[in-house]
Design a protein around this ligand. Structure first.
Ligand SMILES: *[C@@H]1O[C@H](CO)[C@@H](O)[C@H](O)[C@H]1NC(C)=O
Ligand SMILES: *[C@@H]1O[C@H](CO)[C@@H](O)[C@H](O)[C@H]1NC(C)=O
Ligand SMILES: *[C@@H]1O[C@H](CO)[C@@H](O)[C@H](O)[C@H]1NC(C)=O
Ligand SMILES: *[C@@H]1O[C@H](CO)[C@@H](O)[C@H](O)[C@H]1NC(C)=O
Ligand SMILES: *[C@@H]1O[C@H](CO)[C@@H](O)[C@H](O)[C@H]1NC(C)=O
Length: 446
């Protein structure tokens, strides 16, 4: 009896300890709902493919709610990225070099030339391959891509991420089916089946003596052709309209002054982005330039630094579901990826001695109107002055001075304080007043 009681007591004690443990563990868990990973440095990228002829690496950044996968595809001159099939929507930007993209989707089969500044989108289910030119300047072809669309399964089923090798897909069938399908001589099919899997990126020029690889490429090209009876490769080709590649450098800029410029590409400008989740933007800030504080009411931005170095400030707006969020400030340089979540006021500024150029993908292809704190389009001009002045804790006269001194430009100037210094925020320059007060505004942001 007594031992039973003792046992029971022990049991209770254990239960209490267990409960305590569980509660403390719960408390720990509350902190991040998803971990925010706003900045991914170049060195933190994951390498998926690395051959003599090219590389593919990826970065996964997160706004705490969603993870965004960005890939960097680099081809040496005269190289070939072998055909893959996309499992997800892909939007990409050509950073350097030139080449040719060949693809086949539900509607058409097309070859498009690629050059610096081009933007393109491929829908999930598309089969594509990319060849880089033998450029006289020996520039590598560099492509920056983002994947995913609304409602797509974002798990990554294959070894390189959101696409899989077409060879693997085809050779997944057994020999009999393949022979039946392709109607090629037995020895060809046997050679192909027993052939070594080529690397994902190979040399582009066919050599005089046909290697196994060339045969594979020919085979794969034949799949692209109408010879194939595979339904997914059937050439429908009813869309006869000419290839509508879009180049970000040929576009009218949204803002431009001595401090830099910015351009956005949305589906209004570029119909290929219709039904895509992403639009694009590019910002070039000259020495000491700053993209004025603003936020996106409808979009999260995923940016890649193309050139130079700068500082990014992201303010935490205390949204109801953002459990763990704080104001952040980080340096970003060439090759880094940074995310600015929706609703978060941000400002990007260049070092005084360097330009800061970045392009990126924005999760809204329409109806996102960035809200600027300063300038003619300032949100502070559209709201009731008295109430705003009260929220800043100043009188209307002072508030007027804040709002009205700033001119038109959204790209503001940060005062130089000599080379190699961060832009300082002093008191004399009216633009600096804007900066100082804006940061106050950030703090008092509801
Ligand atoms: C969180 O992600 C989902 C999609 O995964 C999206 O619909 C939702 O708007 C996002 N929430 C915020 C606050 O961005
Ligand atoms: C694309 O280019 C290849 C040669 O590189 C050619 O064989 C093929 O017919 C072209 N396809 C289209 C649709 O222009
Ligand atoms: C950005 O602007 C600077 C200065 O105007 C220019 O030298 C540089 O080439 C530009 N960079 C890009 C990527 O356009
Ligand atoms: C507003 O505040 C400023 C600074 O505190 C002061 O100089 C100014 O006289 C005030 N104006 C009015 C109309 O009260
Ligand atoms: C700019 O200044 C920073 C800090 O002094 C230095 O690290 C960087 O190398 C400089 N960049 C250039 C292009 O001179």
């Amino acid at each position: 009896m007594c031992t039973k009681k003792l046992l029971f007591l022990w049991f209770c004690l254990c239960l209490i300890i267990l409960c305590l443990h569980v509660t403390t563990a719960k408390e720990d868990e509350i902190v991040p709902s998803g971990t925010r990973h706003l900045l991914v440095k170049r060195a933190e990228r994951q390498t998926f493919i690395s051959t003599e002829f090219g590389q593919v690496s990826g970065a996964s950044a997160s706004d705490g709610n969603e993870t965004f996968n960005v890939q960097f595809i680099t081809l040496e001159p005269n190289s070939l990225f072998l055909p893959v099939m996309l499992h997800q929507d892909m939007v990409f930007y050509v950073h350097t070099g030139s080449g040719k993209l060949s693809y086949k989707d539900e509607h058409k089969r097309e070859n498009v030339t690629l050059e610096r500044g081009d933007v393109y989108r491929l829908e999930s289910g598309t089969v594509f391959f990319i060849q880089s030119d033998l450029d006289p300047t020996r520039q590598k072809l560099r492509i920056y891509a983002i994947f995913g669309n609304v409602g797509e399964d974002l798990r990554e089923p294959s070894e390189y991420g959101p696409y899989s090798s077409i060879r693997d897909l085809v050779l997944g069938f057994d020999e009999k089916v393949l022979k039946e399908t392709f109607k090629v001589p037995d020895e060809v099919m046997e050679e192909i089946i027993s052939g070594r899997k080529p690397e994902a990126i190979v040399h582009g020029l066919p050599s005089t003596k046909k290697t196994m690889q060339d045969k594979e490429i020919e085979f794969i090209e034949s799949i692209f052709g109408s010879r194939s009876t595979f339904a997914i490769f059937e050439t429908i080709n009813k869309d006869k309209k000419k290839s509508n590649l879009f180049n970000i450098f040929h576009e009218k800029r949204d803002f431009e002054n001595c401090n830099g410029w910015s351009t956005t590409v949305n589906q209004k400008k570029y119909s290929v982005l219709k039904n895509s989740r992403y639009g694009l933007f590019m910002v070039n800030l000259t020495h000491g330039g700053m993209m004025g504080p603003h936020w996106n009411p409808k979009a999260t931005e995923i940016a890649i630094v193309l050139q130079g170095k700068g500082m990014v400030r992201v303010v935490c707006p205390n949204l109801p579901n953002q459990i763990h969020c704080k104001n952040e400030r980080f340096e970003a340089e060439e090759g880094d990826v940074f995310v600015v979540p929706r609703f978060h006021p941000m400002a990007q500024m260049a070092f005084n001695n360097e330009t800061f150029v970045f392009m990126g993908f924005s999760t809204s292809t329409k109806n996102n109107h960035p809200q600027y704190l300063a300038g003619k389009a300032s949100v502070l001009r559209t709201l009731d002055k008295h109430i705003l002045a009260t929220s800043f804790g100043v009188n209307e006269t002072t508030f007027d001075r804040l709002v009205n001194q700033q001119g038109e430009s959204v790209i503001l100037e940060c005062t130089s304080t000599g080379t190699g210094q961060w832009p300082r925020m002093g008191k004399k320059n009216p633009e600096e007043v804007i900066l100082t007060l804006s940061s106050k505004a950030w703090q008092t942001f509801p």
